[in-house]
Design a protein around this ligand. Structure first.
Ligand SMILES: *Cc1c(COP(=O)(O)O)cnc(C)c1O
Length: 466
C-alpha cells in the first residue's frame, strides 16, 4: 500500500484558485459603520498592499503565483500527502483516510503559504516594514519568516499574556529577525493609553490589532497584514487543495469527504476550494461533502448568528457578514489558540449558510484523546487545532466500520504540535477542562450589537444573501 505521495518542485501550482466567481450568491461587501455603505478601497489602501486589495475583490478565477513566491514555496512545497495506514488499521475501518501535512513548513503550519505572498507584494510595492498582531504566535512566526525572505522589517504585536507564558514562538520570530513587542506596548498611542491606567494589562487580540494598524497608519513605508479571514489570504492557501488533487489523482482516488478545522477559515478553505470548484463546474464524479470542525468553546458555525459584525473586539475593522458569537466574545483559555476567533471568513460563512458546508464542534478533552490516538498510530504529533478534525475523522471512520461504507476521507493536518507540549501535559494530568460556550451569551452579544447598529437588519446585502 502506498503510504505517501510526493510531487516535484515543477508541480508546485502556478496559479491560485479564487472562489469569488463561483460562489452561489454575491458576497456581501464589508460595511463602514460610519457611512453604512461598502468600505471605500481608498481607505483600505492606507493599510494594505494594493495588489492584495486587488486580489481581495478580483473576479478572476485563476491568479498567477509569482515565480519568486514559487521559489520560496519550494523550500517546503509541494507538501506530502499521506495515507493514514496506521490509524486505519488501528480503527479497523473500511474507510480510506488521507491527510495533507502542512507542518513541514519552517514555521510549522500552513500560514507561510500566505505570509510569503503578502511579504512579496509589499516588497514589490516598495514597502520597508510590515506590522501584525499575534496571539499564540503562529501567524507572527509565519510573517517573520516571510519578511526575512524578502528583506522586509517585521513588527509583531504579541498579546502580553502569551508573550510572557509562551516564549518559544516569540524567540522563533526573533531568530528570523522580527521585532516582537508585548501588547499593550509603549509604541503606540493606543497601547500607551491602556498602560497608563493599567500597567499590568494582559492584552488581547483586539488591542494588538489596534496597535498594529495604528503603527502602519503612522509610518511611511509600513503596511499591515492579516493571517486569515480575508479573501486573498484564503486564496493563497489553495496551493494545498490543488496539490492534494494531483496527489490523489496519482493514486486514482477522489475524496467523498474533505474536512478541516476552522479558526478564521484559511486552512480549511485552502484545501476544499479546489474540490468545490470541481463540484460546481460538475467536474467531480462524486457528490463530495465539506466538513468544518471547531471547538464547543468557540462555536462560531454551529451556534453563531449570521449577521454583520466587527472583525475585532475594539470595533476598528469594517463590519463583515459572517457567523459570529459576538465581537465582545472573551475566548475561554482552551489550548487550540488558533480556533478562538469570534467570527469566520465571509466566504466560508456564505457557503455554510447556503448549505454547502456542514459544521461540527468538539470539546478539548475529546480532541486531545483523538490527537493522542493519531500520534500513537501515525507518529506525527498534531497541533490542537487540526486535532478537532482528527476527532471528526476517527468518529466518521468508526461509523463506516459499523455500516461497512468504504468512504475516502481527506483532511489537512495544518500544523505540528511541537510548541503545544504544555497542553498535552495538562491533558495527561487530567487537568484539561471541557468548555461549552453558552448560547445565551451569544444572543446577548448580538442583541447589544443590534442596539448599537439598529440598521444592520435593513442592509440590502444581508437580505440578498438570505
Ligand atoms: C492559525 C491556525 C489555525 C486557524 O486559522 P485558519 O485560518 O482557520 O486556518 C488552525 N491551525 C493552525 C495550525 C494554525 O496555525
Amino acid at each position: 500500500m502506498q503510504r505517501k505521495v510526493v510531487l516535484s518542485d515543477y508541480e508546485i501550482p502556478k496559479e491560485w484558485y479564487n472562489i469569488l466567481p463561483d460562489l452561489p450568491k454575491p458576497l456581501p461587501p464589508p460595511i463602514d459603520p460610519e457611512t453604512r455603505a461598502p468600505v471605500s478601497p481608498a481607505k483600505l489602501e492606507r493599510i494594505f498592499a494594493k495588489e492584495l486589495l486587488k486580489q481581495e475583490m478580483s473576479m478572476d478565477r485563476w491568479i498567477p503565483i509569482p515565480e519568486e513566491v514559487r521559489e520560496v514555496y519550494a523550500l517546503w512545497r509541494p507538501t506530502p500527502l499521506y495515507r493514514a495506514i496506521g490509524l486505519e488499521r488501528y480503527l479497523k475501518t473500511p474507510a480510506k483516510i488521507y491527510y495533507k501535512f502542512e507542518g513541514v513548513s519552517p514555521p510549522g503550519s500552513h500560514k507561510p503559504n500566505t505570509a510569503v505572498a503578502q511579504a512579496y507584494y509589499n516588497m514589490k510595492e516598495g514597502q520597508e516594514r510590515l506590522t501584525t498582531e499575534t496571539g499564540a504566535g503562529q501567524w507572527g512566526s509565519a510573517l517573520a519568516f516571510g519578511c526575512m525572505l524578502f528583506n522586509l522589517k517585521c513588527t509583531v504585536y504579541m498579546v502580553r499574556a502569551s508573550y510572557d507564558q509562551k516564549p518559544y514562538r516569540k524567540i522563533m520570530m526573533q531568530v528570523w529577525g522580527a521585532e516582537v513587542l508585548p501588547s499593550p506596548s509603549d509604541r503606540t498611542n493606543f497601547g500607551r493609553s491602556i498602560l497608563k491606567s493599567d500597567p499590568q494589562n494582559p492584552g488581547s487580540l483586539g488591542i494588538a490589532i489596534s496597535e498594529a494598524i495604528e503603527d502602519a497608519l503612522m509610518h511611511e513605508g509600513t503596511k499591515y497584514t492579516l493571517g486569515s479571514v480575508l479573501n486573498h489570504v484564503l486564496m493563497h492557501q489553495t496551493v494545498q487543495g490543488l496539490e492534494a488533487k494531483k496527489q490523489l489523482e496519482a493514486l486514482d482516488e477522489y475524496p467523498d469527504v474533505v474536512a478541516g478545522c476552522v479558526g478564521g477559515g484559511s486552512s480549511f478553505s485552502g484545501l476544499f476550494w479546489p474540490f468545490y470548484y470541481d463540484k460546481v463546474t460538475k467536474k467531480a464524479e462524486k457528490d463530495i461533502e465539506f466538513i468544518a470542525t471547531e471547538p464547543t468553546a468557540c462555536p462560531t458555525l454551529t451556534k453563531g448568528i449570521y449577521t454583520y459584525d466587527h472583525g475585532d473586539t475594539a470595533k476598528l475593522t469594517p463590519l463583515l457578514a459572517m457567523y459570529t458569537v459576538g465581537s465582545d466574545f472573551i475566548p475561554p483559555p482552551i489550548h487550540a489558540g488558533g480556533l478562538r476567533y469570534h467570527g469566520d471568513a465571509p466566504t466560508l460563512c456564505l457557503l455554510a449558510k447556503e448549505g454547502h458546508i456542514k459544521a461540527v464542534a468538539y470539546d478539548q478533552v475529546s480532541v486531545f484523546e483523538a490527537a493522542t490516538t493519531f500520534a500513537r498510530t501515525e507518529g506525527i504529533v498534531p497541533a490542537p487545532e487540526p486535532s478537532h478534525t482528527i476527532r471528526y475523522v476517527i468518529d466518521e471512520a468508526l461509523r463506516c466500520k459499523r455500516t461497512g461504507e468504504k468512504k475516502t476521507i481527506l483532511f489537512n493536518l495544518c500544523g505540528h504540535g511541537h510548541f503545544d507540549m504544555h497542553a498535552y501535559d495538562e491533558f495527561f494530568a487530567g487537568k484539561l477542562p471541557k468548555y461549552e460556550y453558552p448560547e445565551n451569551a451569544i444572543k446577548n452579544s448580538i442583541e447589544k450589537l443590534k442596539r448599537l447598529y439598529p440598521w444592520i437588519e435593513e442592509l440590502p446585502y444581508l437580505r440578498r444573501s438570505v
